[in-house]
Design a protein around this ligand. Structure first.
Ligand code: SUG
Length: 445
């Protein structure tokens, strides 16, 4: 049986608020706050554990090596690690902040994944996202590719593609802009790719205030790499006004699962055209669940991350929506959840609230924190490493976090050479817990 495994990113020990993400309102607003990396990692792990306990298959992906001293050395900082860090802090503090970001926690941006049932060669296809639209995230794909190749190692079941060219025309942010709509997860699906701008040609209708991160050309290239044909794909432009309101990825304004597409009326530039295209290609009737702006304003959607929820399938055919705690704090959003969504005629039968505030302050909700991978039983069995969560792994990760993580981290602490040392020690141990082999630059040097 095919079922979806959510691979959540473990929050790394350098989690901090540096305001690095332009166009991401939460990241911009919380710049300079003191972060609590331990709480962040435990909040993420608690979400994983509670979904595992509720019967959903749950995986985990490790954080990245930060500070990225290799990136600093490539930028001309030389000497001992401590010297490299102190010079960067003095001469290029923004660069230091970028190489310390724990942004790999948002694994919805790690890659785009196509399940084997849709691929011509019946393998699961993976393309790590280039994340070239910001320097701190551009640093992720190399290690991401290594980690995904270590886990999905068996070539009989998994195919890995090169990261797209790291240039604005092929700007790719991974699964955050990709939704697969289908009947059951094991049935053939239609892939909805949402892009913010078109690099070549197009009519030039684009956001004016904030950058559009995903290009049509990138989405098309990923679909091509995975062997998908026109009958299996729909490419839709995101509404430019939504991007300008802080919707930097489609998963901040829409979420789909099975035949259900939950979306805000401002999600797509051409709402009707997008729905029509999906309906024309899907084998199962589409169940659109539309939230009008009069029920939830764009600002409320961005502040609450209502749409950055996980929509999960239950064995009885119903669905559970896992929303961030911020949804409870906005009256209109909470009302919409209770009245419009739960009471409406759609499969959503339950709302579960999760506290991921540490991540939310950087613009990452429950859905950002996970990469969805639909796998058959055989494919699940072919996974390498110890990355599928069970009680024993949960215990090992909890004690690992409690041993290694600080409970306070301000941007000014990032130059501390002791932090770099602590992180490497922690990550080295983590690769043994997860049985991944050597995946980090410091282990491969
Ligand atoms: O790329 N925030 C991330 C949040 C990503 C959320 N992912 C999805 N919506 N799928 C980003 O904007 C902030 C980091 C900082 O400011 O330190 C950051 O990168």
């Amino acid at each position: 049986m095919v079922c979806e495994v959510n691979f959540d990113g473990l929050v790394g020990p350098t989690h901090n608020y540096s305001g690095l993400a332009h166009g991401n309102v939460a990241s911009m607003t919380h710049e300079g706050l003191v972060a609590n990396p331990r709480e962040a990692a435990l909040q993420g792990l608690e979400k994983m554990k509670s979904l595992m306990d509720a019967g959903y298959a749950q995986g985990v992906l490790p954080p990245q090596q930060r500070p990225d001293l290799g990136a600093l050395r490539a930028l001309g900082f030389t000497g001992s690690d401590a010297r490299v860090l102190s010079r960067a802090a003095e001469e290029a503090p923004q660069v230091l902040r970028a190489v310390c970001s724990a942004s790999s926690m948002w694994t919805a941006n790690a890659a785009t994944v196509t399940p084997s049932v849709d691929a011509p060669d019946r393998r699961v296809h993976v393309t790590p996202a280039n994340l070239q639209s910001s320097f701190h995230r551009y640093l992720e794909p190399e290690t991401t590719a290594r980690v995904l190749a270590a886990i999905f190692r068996d070539e009989r079941h998994f195919a890995h593609h090169p990261v797209l060219p790291s240039t604005p025309a092929f700007s790719d942010e991974g699964a955050a802009n990709h939704t697969r709509l289908c009947g059951d997860h094991g049935e053939a699906g239609v892939h909805l790719y949402v892009y913010g701008r078109q690099a070549f040609g197009g009519d030039g209708v684009e956001p004016r205030r904030f950058p559009a991160r995903q290009t049509l050309e990138a989405s098309q290239a990923v679909a091509r790499q995975h062997g998908l044909c026109a009958a299996q794909t729909v490419f839709a432009q995101q509404h430019p006004d939504a991007i300008d309101a802080g919707v930097f990825h489609n998963d901040v304004i829409a979420v789909g699962n099975g035949p259900v597409l939950l979306y805000h009326e401002m999600a797509f530039r051409d709402e009707q055209g997008t729905l029509d295209a999906l309906r024309a290609k899907m084998a199962t009737p589409l169940i659109p669940v539309r939230v009008p702006a009069e029920a939830v304003s764009l600002d409320d959607a961005v502040a609450s991350y209502l749409f950055n929820s996980q929509l999960l399938s239950n064995p009885d055919g119903t669905m559970t929506l896992v929303v961030p705690g911020e949804c409870q704090e906005r009256e209109a959003v909470w009302r919409c959840l209770q009245g419009h969504l739960l009471a409406g005629s759609n499969p959503i039968a339950e709302v579960v609230v999760k506290d991921v505030k540490q991540s939310m302050r950087n613009g990452g909700g429950p859905a950002c924190l996970r990469l969805r991978v639909a796998l058959s039983g055989e494919e699940r069995a072919a996974i390498a490493g110890r990355v599928l969560l069970d009680d024993a792994l949960h215990f090992d990760l909890t004690t690992w976090i409690e041993r290694h993580y600080r409970d306070r981290l301000a941007p000014a602490d990032l130059a501390d050479p002791q932090l770099a040392h602590e992180t490497l020690t922690a990550l080295d141990e983590l690769t043994r817990i997860l049985k991944l082999g050597d995946v980090y630059p410091f282990q491969l040097a």
